[in-house]
Design a protein around this ligand. Sequence first.
Ligand code: 9MR
Length: 578
Amino acid sequence: MNTFKSVFGMCVAVPAAISLLAVSAGAAPLMNQLGFAPDAEKTVVFPGNDANGLEVRDLSGKTVLKLKAPDVYEWDYSGEEVQTFDISAVKKPGTYRLFRGGEYVGTPMVVAKNVYDDLVKASLKWFYYQRSSMALEPQYAGKWARAAGHKDDKVIVYGTDKATGGKGKGTAIKSQRGWYDAGDYGKYIVNSGITVFTLLEIYEHFPKYADSLHWNIPREFPKYPELLEEVRYNLDWMLTMQDKDGGVYHKVSTLKFSGSVLPENDVAQRYAIIKNVTATLDFAAVMAQASVVYAGIDKAYADKMLKAAEKAYAWAKKNPEAFYKQPYDVQTGSYAPGDENGKDEFRWAAAELFRATKKKEYQEDLKANAFTANGAWWGDVNMLAAFRVALDSADFEKELVDAAKKVVMNEANNLRAVGDTSAYRLPAFPWSWNWGSNSAMANNGMVLVHAYLLTGDKSYLDGAQQCLDYLLGKNPHDITYVTGFGYRSPRNPHHRPSESDMVDDPVPGMLVGGPHLGKQDINLDGKESWKCPNYAASDKPALAYIDNRCSYATNEVAINWNAPLAYLAAALEAIYNK
Ligand code: 9MR
């Protein structure tokens, strides 16, 4: 489809001479509340329609930039008329104030190196806060310290006990460690797959930058870089999910979601639920990737992971139709898209396994399973395969590398075209506005970073900046969507520990899901009083958000959403400040 045209068509220019009537003088600017690197693109959005230009003054009061009022454009995703200024010319590190019509508007704007370091650290530290099976000690967790929850030393294999249709007491396995997925306490292999991949990509692309950061977590493997220490906590759990025959269970969870309680108080029986092909392939892919990343620091662990990856792939080849179907008595997350075909997971696993082993058979499988234009999200991992092949081109046949590069660059070019022409300067597609829309924006940013790494063309980095700007305040709600960051941020995320710990501040560093029109958690018929008030009345996707813990569809948090936020912020820091 022609994305450029369809989205460009929504951005209607209003004739300037008629519309510039200064009807909304004094409106506050929407912008990245953490600031910008000196060489970054810097855009500021003003809702409304104001004849005044913009002045940027430094803290001595000196005007460093003066711009005329730009044309007014409408942003279809919010229905607003806005004016967007490009203030990239302000490059000197410092704190600035914006003035319109002689009045100071909004909050200060910062230009500096390392403006996102704290964000990168907090978004990674959050994975520590999500650890199951262990207590969080005050020396690491501060006021968010808590007792251990979910030991997971006796998880029952679903279907083997009487409660789930089996005959006896059930087969128990140990499935310890690992991160809670989100606001709930489930541990899901499919979602762990894309999350671990994304975190390891930070290490693969920006190892020096990753090593320069420390975020105070307990050290079990002091020789590991901190990021790899954190990721190992989840890899160890993933390894427990592989059965002897190589197949991998979909998830560990209770049958129903728990109430809003602390981990220690969610004591219902947990199950290892149903081996299937997509979980097994996602497992194979990240184990193969991790075996490459960890090889230099822990050969024995890397070998163990590679063996597990090959065994998983072999199981998947024997069971290509074994798709996950949520049993009638299980209500926790399903992580199974309706249109499942397994091709994208096979593609990704084959790409990772070929890089890790150089065995011909994996490359042959990859050649027989052409890239598509889809991804990246948990439900379609095609783009992860494309990233791998496009950026590790030395290993793969040229034909495959060209195909992978084409997929990444097409997506990046479509995004860039939208970013440059949309009223908000946001590279988003109509289908980006879904459950977890904020992660779609972060994943779009990741595509743009990969395009930059492939070409060195800064315009892709500008596109990635636009994605991060949106998440950090350049949005109609004028908030950063990350807890604890910026002037205004979510206070009431759908996150059981934050809801039940009696600490006023939510756990910091969490990216909430973000606006969309799915309305799954709205009390539409008036009969489900536990659901949310109607926050989506206007039918504009970018507005459909509520900072209320009732909103599991817009205000939950999740590991696969934080990981691309961390990647995007880390990439911009590492690239601009190298
Ligand atoms: O991120 C998932 C989203 O794409 C789905 O539409 C939604 C409904 O199935 O589920 C989301 O994932 C949730 C998971 O099922 C359970 N843990 C919380 C996740 C974030 O809301």
